[in-house]
Design a protein. Sequence first.
Length: 201
Amino acid sequence: MTTIRHEFYETDEKLTLSVFDKGADPAQVSVTFRPRSFTYENGDKKLVLEPLKGQIDPEKSDYTVGKVKVEVRLVKVAPGRWSALIGDSPDPLSPFPSSSTTPAVAEARRRHKNWDSVTEAILSSEKNVTSDDDPNAGGDASVNEFFQKLYADADEDTRRAMLKSYQESGGTTLSTNWEEVKKSRVEVKPPEGGEWKKWGV
């Protein structure tokens, strides 16, 4: 008996297994799906995977015989990643349910959220934030609006402090305290992890 080379990749809902049996005759290939096992036979070549890491739905699982390999699609009963084909992990869904609407399956489906719909619901419930509510709302345009308003409403000393601190620090500091800023040159303070470089250097 020859064990056949195989590999797999998976999503939360399905595991796709490639069985490398070049030139296999579809009429000679025998595949058996069981809740926690899979068997492939072709003449003296055999592949048995048991126990499978998780439970599959034999009714929905299928395979295709190609020229180079046989592609097997194992449909998972409970969504999630296995990260291995076989394993003795406890099976919360055993014994195999006769109906796909058993409480265990319903519970597994309930826990598997549709994140797209959750995101949509959150976004649709959020009101549009204006620059009055949050100066960072709406990107650069709103930030500029905020600083223009701050500058326009400020007194002469505050304006001088804003201009001096912004220019001398290369745009890394904005101070409104003229008493502090007028004493000395304002240092460049790049964000944490950042590095200050002069333009063109």
